[in-house]
Design a protein around this ligand. Sequence first.
Ligand code: C2O
Ligand code: CU
Length: 555
Amino acid sequence: MKERNEYNRRSFIETASLVAAGFYVMPLFSSCKWDKSSAHPNVGNTVNADFNANIDIQLKTVQSKTNILPNKNTDTYSYKSSLIKGDKQTLQQLEGSALGPIIRVRKGDKVRIRFENEISEKSIIHWHGLHVSHENDGHPEYVIGKGETYIYEFEVMNRAGTYWFHPHPHGHTGEQVYRGLAGLFIVTDEEEKALKLPTGDYDIPVVIQDRTFDENNQLVYLANGRMDRMRGFLGNRILINGKIDNTLSLYKDGKYRLRLLNGSNSRAYKLAWSTGEPLTVFGVDGGLLESPKTLPYLMLGPAQRVDVWLDLSKKSENEELKLVHLPIPLDTMMSGGMMGNKSDNSLPYNSQFDILNINVGASRKNEANLPDNLATSKTLNPADAANRTSPRTFNFGMEGMMKWTINGRTYNGMAVAEDEIVKLNTTEVWRINNGGNSATESQNDGGGMMGMHGNGGMMGNNRGMGNMMQMPHPVHIHQLQFNIINRNTDNVDQNLWNTVKDGFINKGWQDSVYLLPGMYMDLVMRFEDFKGLFLYHCHNLEHEDMGMMRNFKIE
Ligand code: C2O
Ligand code: CU
């Protein structure tokens, strides 16, 4: 074992120095050659008079200056919004933050969004978690340049839940999100309303992101270049809702719904209350769970959302309560085993740090309760899957020289491979694999790509450099919500697994999952309502930008 590791380390360092010396040039950005006017006339270009929108919003990406740190403003990007039609509550600005707005809609609303791009980079918006058509999904091929407009028109078909939106231009998603472009898209419905969950001041968004600032208060992104990119950005401080002030002043006796979104580029969190009390989670990506779940701590990967219940009736005034990140032994892995960067001052995974600081103020009660039975949602039955005996397998891993891939392939515009085509109105099981199920490797031809497969389990067969670069991959599938059938951890490092295993929620509807090295998961999903191309990808935004993203086609 030791010998093998030594061998791998050496060959890895050799490779890394070749890379550093410029012998291998990765295509980090591929330019968009898609001509949207010729292939998709009018997609996103015009307001459709027949679409009877009851909510009409203008969203503009702008360059902004935000007072994040004392003395000097930070250059940021923001979505500037205005309501053309709809209730006033539809748009909520986050004062003093680059993030936002929060968009609040009801299931069944017909929403038009006029997206105008005023920044000098191309951009497009993806509605993360929403069940919308291809044209409304924010495919990178529909990016618009400065001064252009893209019109989205869709009906909200999702259940009540916390969804979100962010840019999706290929190669630049990470940077644009990092500079401030992201907002929550909150859906309510009748079923949720009947539960009388906390609303208004008691329904609190908590967007968690890590950032690094220089001495001029400017955001630092990927200062260590390619090595940072291979790993994914990790910052040295936590922002909550775009601010450094992470204190929430809440009322004693209040009952709160905290809507957590991990909006970080690549960082996952192991969240726990500082008091040692368990966390009560009652919703995930795609809305409410059937019943609340109590966990000692919670793992929240990039892009994931959870609803956390917080009852302050047992607290006393001025009591302090913190939500903290607990140590996870991921640092070595995250540095690829060898990229111990001296200049990297990011928050170590294997340390404890504060996420949220809750200040219990004067008493003010609200009428809200957390029922044991929250929502009836008929989940999918794997027995109904067209491919129930042989799951469609997607291997997330490293291919060849320092390239993150899915089944050996990288993003290539509208291209879709044979094994990425599914049928409308079918249910399927997808196995997403991060080196957990190495038996499936040989089935995939790597899309004609040369190089080694790096998908042997951490503790399994070491077959090359890829092993040294096994990392967590937060996987997201567009357009739908799925159910988790199985999370296999046989090949996950047992020390790592034991520190995180009680923090995962396998129930409910989800669109993003956190795949540890050596893990694979079986997901059941159904393709409904819309044909067309949709993305699935790693939501480590640096991995995504490097091409760890592909289309699947519903036909
Ligand atoms: Cu939130 Cu395709 O991503
Ligand atoms: Cu990844």
